[in-house]
Design a protein around this ligand. Structure first.
Ligand code: HEC
Length: 166
């Protein structure tokens, strides 16, 4: 390596480190808020809750576990964005608030089509990865949980029958 090349490399490295230090001062990404848990669904079983806690609660509850890299930009920006957007769509700690994601069909679809948990999250959280059997268990668990909570246990046909008998 020539002396000038070494000089260029070291300048680039210094510039990179300076940028990394500077971006730590961007205000976004520092909030690691966990607001109080207001209400959860009436979980069908402890196991169902445990499964959702393990795979979904970091972005869809007020019990987020903030990992060490969530304190360091630029990772902190990505984590905060996922949590903010996730809570906005579906928050298991603020159940019954009418969020779009609360529909059981939405939740089942996200799990069945392997859209959730998010791909980038799974890279760093292998414990949240789901096998086919676990996906099936979670789907059955959430259907039992939400079916019972909204009174249409075993689907809509039964709900109609009940309505006529009233
Ligand atoms: C790493 C964070 C993260 C995890 C973990 C995660 N989600 Fe999400 N989820 C999001 C974000 C961000 C959105 C909103 C943007 C989107 O739809 O991609 C979302 C949206 C949703 C929606 C609404 C979709 C819609 O189109 O209305 C549902 C339902 C959902 N997630 C279910 C789940 C379930 C069930 C799990 C666990 C198996 C889970 N998510 C795990 C981040 C996450």
């Amino acid at each position: 390596m020539s002396a000038t090349f070494k000089k260029v490399v070291s300048r680039v490295l210094i510039a990179l480190i300076a940028v990394l230090i500077l971006i730590q001062f961007v205000p976004y990404g520092h909030s690691h808020e966990n607001p109080p848990v207001l209400q959860e669904p009436q979980w069908h079983s402890k196991q169902t809750r445990q499964q959702f806690k393990q795979s979904c609660f970091d972005c869809h509850s007020n019990e987020t576990v903030w990992p060490w890299y969530s304190y360091i930009a630029p990772a902190s920006w990505l984590v905060q964005k996922d949590v903010e957007e996730g809570r906005e769509e579906l928050n298991f700690s603020e159940w019954g608030s009418g969020r779009d994601g609360e529909e059981s069909e939405e939740i089942v679809e996200m799990i069945r089509e392997e859209k959730m948990p998010l791909e980038n999250y799974l890279l760093l959280h292998p414990e949240a990865k789901l096998t086919n059997a676990e996906r099936e268990q979670m789907i059955q668990g959430i259907e039992a949980t939400l079916g019972m909570a909204s009174g249409n246990w075993e689907g809509e046909e039964h709900e109609e029958e009940e309505d006529h008998s009233h």
